[in-house]
Write a protein that binds this ligand. Structure first.
Ligand code: HEC
Ligand code: HEC
Length: 333
């Protein structure tokens, strides 16, 4: 066991030094390439993957994390707002889990400090998976294969929500999308993006989009008001960051969304007000920077945004262990 961990550590160290070498040769731009992700604890990540796909973490036995963060469709559900327990419509558009590790905090309003903290939410949210942490743990504890896996990874006999959320978060840490064409260009491959896409990137900087959408995630590093130069009237009920801080100045502030893989995750904005990426760019220009963008400029910016689509995580569908005779049955009420 010890030597296994040592090997993992060495792999990690080698990969880290490889990454930092890679970062050194990348261009000096406000957007940074996504580091090539490394699995540090494969057993934990595999367990987290099972839990991410585990519908028995929901009351109905039907909804998993993947229901709303579908890894076949960019880590989101491509719906205006998510569908939860008993077909309840959620209040807000589901953000992607891809690259979520680059967010300064989780949720539109940043109410969860990290991925582990976040993962406890949906299981017990009555409008989402509608279970309780007690029930979810009872279910896992009744399945001998899970008990063994938790023992292997955490050396515990009694599973708690701590290990469940820790494993899910470890899996989510691996859900990055490196090597997009834009990242190839950042790393020095001049021909990785076209002239039109380069013009789009130049406009993205010129129009001030990079002030908020920057870093490895092309967003996720700050809270900003939706409606900086003009009041956004389409949705005045969702108060964003205000819900967390209760500061009047934080009304309508949201975590800046990541623009990585943006072409895969329509509809756009927390209220899903548009399905169209050109339109989203136009709205941003109008409300965030107070500029008009021509149709041609919208097209160029969108062509740049599409170069941010990276390699999607290669997911092999996990096979989940069967329930036992003592597993609490699904409850659709
Ligand atoms: C019923 C649909 C649904 C299910 C099931 C669900 N989520 Fe979500 N998820 C959402 C919605 C909607 C949000 C945004 C909520 C908000 O910001 O208020 C969200 C937010 C997130 C975020 C934050 C991303 C960001 O950019 O801020 C992460 C990470 C995440 N979910 C992971 C999970 C995990 C892990 C599970 C399973 C334990 C899960 N979700 C289950 C709908 C769902
Ligand atoms: C002052 C900060 C700021 C600036 C400048 C800015 N954005 Fe945004 N952007 C945001 C915030 C905040 C959101 C989330 C708004 C919401 O849905 O509540 C957002 C959302 C988006 C979305 C939708 C993302 C999604 O997943 O739904 C796109 C696309 C986008 N911005 C592109 C741009 C472009 C293009 C520009 C330049 C014309 C730009 N942004 C300028 C802060 C900014």
């Amino acid at each position: 066991m010890r030597s296994f961990k040592t090997v993992l550590f060495v792999l990690f160290a080698v990969a880290l030094s490889a990454c930092s070498k890679e970062e050194k040769i990348s261009r000096d731009e406000p957007i940074k390439p996504i580091p090539v992700s490394v699995v540090v604890d494969k057993e934990k990540v595999d367990l987290g993957k099972m839990l991410f796909f585990e519908p028995r973490l929901s009351k109905s036995g039907f909804i998993s994390c993947n229901s709303c963060h579908n890894l076949s469709t960019g880590g989101a559900d491509n719906l205006p707002s998510s569908i939860g327990h008993k077909w309840q419509l959620g209040p807000i558009n589901s953000p992607t889990v891809l690259n979520a590790k680059f967010n300064l905090a989780q949720f539109w309003d940043g109410r969860a400090k990290d991925l582990k903290d976040q993962a406890a939410g949906p299981i017990a949210n009555p409008g989402e998976m509608a279970s309780t942490h007690v029930l979810a743990i009872d279910i896992l504890q009744s399945i001998p294969e899970y008990v063994q896996l938790f023992k292997n990874v955490y050396n515990v006999d009694e599973i708690t929500i701590e290990e469940v959320t820790d494993a899910i978060a470890a899996f989510e840490e691996t859900l990055t999308t490196p090597n997009s064409r834009f990242d190839q260009w950042l790393r020095g491959d001049e021909n990785a993006i076209t002239a039109k896409e380069k013009e789009g990137y130049a406009l993205f900087k010129e129009k001030g989009c990079v002030a908020c959408h920057n870093g490895a995630g092309v967003g996720g590093e700050s809270y900003q008001k939706f409606g900086v130069v003009k009041t956004y009237e389409n949705d005045t009920e969702t108060l964003g960051r205000f819900n967390v801080t209760q500061n009047e100045e934080d009304k309508y502030f949201f975590k800046v969304p990541l623009l990585r893989n943006i072409e895969l995750t329509a509809p756009y904005f927390h209220d899903a007000s548009t399905w169209n990426l050109e339109e989203a760019v136009k709205i941003m220009a109008e409300y965030q920077v107070g500029l008009e963008v021509s149709k041609e400029e919208q097209g160029k910016i969108v062509s740049f945004l599409k170069t941010l689509t990276g390699e999607q995580p290669a997911i092999q569908y996990p096979i989940l262990p069967p329930s036992s005779s003592t597993t609490p049955p699904p409850d659709r009420s």
